[in-house]
Design a protein around this ligand. Sequence first.
Ligand code: AMP
Length: 286
Amino acid sequence: MEIIRSAGEMQSHAEKIRSSGKRIGVVPTMGYFHEGHTSLIRIARERCDVVVTTIFVNPAQFGTGEDFEQYPRDFERDKALAEEGGTDVIFAPDAEEMYPPGFGTFVVPEDGASILEGQVRPSHFRGVVTVVVKLFHLTKPHIAVFGQKDAQQVFVVRRMIRDLNFDIDLVVAPTIREQDGLAKSSRNLYLTAAERAEAPLLYQALKEAESLAALGERKAEKIRAAVSEVLQRAKLATADYVAVVDPETFREVGELHPPLALVAVAVRFGSARLIDNILISVSSKG
Ligand code: AMP
């Protein structure tokens, strides 16, 4: 496995791989790997000849007062897990390499990027999309693997790929969870033992939404209320939002429509902010 830190080196290496006829899969990450990340690497491994895993805690997607400094980092551990998952190249630039002095061009997503995560974190998706565009240019992938865990990110990246005519297939990987349902996240590390004990309520709340929809409930308001009720059992948490959206547009809906609705939640436990979501099949019969 190779480790590349320079943008120029990454780009010329990717060009060589491409011109030898091999397919490149990229897995963009911020590191501090858990099984969610390694599942993405394995998916890329199955579909491509060369897997490039990028590790970059992107300052541009963190707002003032957010956890950029505290974000956990452990390159040696990541290196071992990336290799075990089948990574061929780790691209791990530093912030100067990605945003050298004089950097002044951002890619700004519009509609759908200013609600939910975008509302709570106003410059977040501008940072995400800008870094993803840069990573695509540097790693020249045929496919890119992202996790459904960050559903709004998937929406924003998918639309950017289409809008800006990137010739890249987006593969969306399912959310990997702890046994008690809590979605794996590098940020779970911030939870105290008491908060960790309450954290599975996020997934329980989402499963409640799924059960209601399966019973025929179509009113988003009812679903939101039921989800909030479960979340209120987490005494140490405050909810940032509970939303029912159309996954195609990321607009909030009043009623659930076939084929799919997405219920997304964000919750704060002290300094930890956790997000999760569930895709719900909506049958036309109700
Ligand atoms: P991050 O390092 O948190 O930016 O995540 C890198 C990629 O891993 C993103 O595409 C995430 O959506 C994905 N990811 C994070 N957590 C999980 C999880 N629990 N299951 C599957 N994918 C995940």
